[in-house]
Design a protein around this ligand. Structure first.
Ligand SMILES: NC(=O)c1ccc[n+]([C@@H]2O[C@H](COP(=O)([O-])OP(=O)(O)OC[C@H]3O[C@@H](n4cnc5c(N)ncnc54)[C@H](OP(=O)(O)O)[C@@H]3O)[C@@H](O)[C@H]2O)c1
Length: 280
């Protein structure tokens, strides 16, 4: 098949955990991958390195929390890539403490809610050339524990709890803006959904500080391999545009709370995009 006929997916956080397994799955299924990553891919897999050399995996680097780096990488992608059939906003994770992006917003919110909106808007023209095009957000069922959700506190939360605090709020917030924006993007030919990849064991030495101590042994013992979560994200490629804006958990469309806040969250991320990112 000619390169121009093959499907292309952009994956953020493609170098590790669920994103790495998703990248492998896409490649196995004949896709090309545009990897938007901060760190390098593991060097030990010669077949994978071969795919990089032959251009089936094309790498762009950025720390996504930094708008200057993000803008530079997105400009390169828009210059060099010709179309995108899928965008997986996957980079992120649960961080160990309250920290802030260079722009001054809480880090989970910036990376997992605001930045995916910026990437989606900036790559919309490439997605419109995809056939059919879909945006798949990596969400999480961690937000089911939330009893209170105040959109105005996302950027500067008054309290911090691992996993069920700002992490869960940021996953709820991306699920909400996706729900609110999906009908508009559907009219432009781009489908958009959120998927919970489920619990996966992506624990690594020195990198587990964002998980509450109590759940670490369970994930270590019973958490499935990240290829399970990757398969759930990959299966999203089959979702039709009739399902635009839905949240998929355990492979099924699933209801979620706080939908009344969806337009407000969308307005918040849109304001950051227009007032802070675009003038850069
Ligand atoms: N594992 C689970 O049980 C689970 C459950 C539900 C949802 N999720 C979600 O699944 C996604 C992938 O997580 P994972 O479990 O596969 O964790 P992971 O192995 O730690 O992978 C996280 C990826 O995100 C990247 N990333 C984090 N911060 C970044 C930044 N500032 N700039 C650029 N890239 C950044 C990391 O890059 P570096 O390698 O440079 O750090 C890495 O590639 C996350 O959104 C997570 O919230 C995971």
């Amino acid at each position: 098949m000619l390169k121009s006929e093959r499907k292309t997916a952009l994956v953020t956080g493609a170098n590790s955990g669920i994103g790495l397994e998703l990248t492998k799955k896409l490649i196995e299924n004949g896709w090309m991958v545009v990897a938007l990553i901060r760190s390098e891919f593991p060097k030990e897999d010669p077949e994978f390195q071969q795919k990089i050399r032959q251009g089936d995996i094309r790498i762009y680097h950025a720390d996504l929390s930094d708008f200057t780096q993000l803008k530079s990488a997105l400009m390169q992608i828009k210059e060099k890539e010709t179309k995108l059939d899928a965008l997986f906003n996957n980079a992120g994770g649960s961080f160990p403490n309250l920290s802030f992006s260079p722009q001054g917003r809480e880090l989970h919110y910036e990376i997992q809610t605001v930045v995916p909106f910026i990437i989606t808007m900036e790559l919309l023209d490439l997605l419109k050339k995809g056939n059919p095009a879909i945006v798949i957000q990596t969400s999480s069922d961690a937000f089911h524990f939330k009893r209170i959700f105040v959109p105005e506190e996302l950027a500067n939360p008054p309290k911090f709890h691992k996993l069920i605090g700002p992490y869960a709020s940021s996953k709820l917030a991306i699920t909400l803006w996706t729900h609110a924006l999906a009908p508009e993007l559907k009219r432009e030919g781009v489908n958009m959904i959120s998927i919970d990849p489920g619990n996966n064991n992506t624990m690594r030495k020195g990198r587990n500080g964002g998980l509450p101590l109590i759940i670490r042994p369970f994930i270590r013992l019973f958490g499935p391999h990240p290829s399970v979560g990757a398969s759930r994200l990959f299966a999203g490629l089959e979702r039709s545009s009739n399902e635009a804006g839905l949240y998929i958990s355990k492979g099924k469309p699933t209801e979620f709370k706080f939908k009344q806040h969806a337009p407000n969250v969308l307005l918040q991320v849109k304001t950051v995009y227009e007032k802070e990112y675009l003038p850069l």
